[in-house]
Write a protein that binds this ligand. Structure first.
Ligand code: DGI
Ligand code: FE
Ligand code: FE
Length: 188
């Protein structure tokens, strides 16, 4: 899909703030794709649509997870996790995006998963470091991203887990599994 058409579709789904975030993720994802040799067009499309379902009603997302054979344990964790799998489903249904790699990058952009593809890593990281993000530790991850994708990703996943734990929030097991998987591969 053409960039302008994709942007027009997501603009109708998002607040202005979230749309600006999406533009930042798009620019960052394309730049990471260039740097690390991923498909730039797929990175662009996945980035544009990654938060497509962010403002859907919780009940709608819950029904999608119940009906579409997504892991049911998602429903026991924070609703913030739901927009990623629900988004992958809705983007295919409503925007006609069929590319499995792009849909998986959307699906796993919040929790990650063990064995992440290059495209999935790029979208996760771009979401974390896009220029509109201003949280503690983000500059360190930005600097790491210039040198090593996996090292940067480990730091981003670690920061997310620590952030949740500091607030005494439950952590979805896939976030831990992602962290373990990346760290264990690093040791090889
Ligand atoms: O949608 P964005 O705000 O751009 O970013 P995101 O899709 O990474 O979602 C971030 C939110 O999801 C943030 O508030 C933290 C939360 N989150 C991420 N991983 C986990 C999580 N929440 C829980 N409970 N468990 C997780 O593992
Ligand atoms: Fe998101
Ligand atoms: Fe996002």
């Amino acid at each position: 899909m053409e960039r302008e058409q994709a942007l027009k579709i997501v603009k109708g789904q998002l607040t202005d703030h979230r749309y600006q975030h999406t533009l930042g993720v798009m620019e960052t994802a394309i730049s990471l794709a260039k740097q690390y040799g991923a498909d730039e067009k797929k990175a662009e499309t996945a980035a544009i649509f990654h938060d497509y379902a962010k403002f859907r009603p919780k009940d709608e997302m819950r029904q999608i997870i119940l009906n579409q054979n997504f892991p049911q344990d998602l429903l026991h964790y924070h609703a913030e996790l739901w927009h990623a799998p629900a988004g992958a489903y809705l983007v295919e249904l409503e925007a006609g995006i069929k590319d499995k790699e792009v849909l998986d990058a959307i699906r796993y952009h919040t929790s990650g998963r063990p064995g992440m593809t290059l495209l999935e890593k790029i979208i996760y990281l771009a979401d974390y470091i896009e220029p509109g993000r201003h949280f503690p530790g983000v500059d360190e991850v930005r600097a790491l991203a210039k040198e090593n994708l996996n090292t940067a990703l480990i730091q981003a996943v670690k920061n997310t887990i620590l952030f949740l734990m500091k607030k005494n929030q439950p952590v979805y097991p896939d976030s831990f599994k992602t962290y373990n998987d990346l760290v264990m591969r690093q040791e090889d």
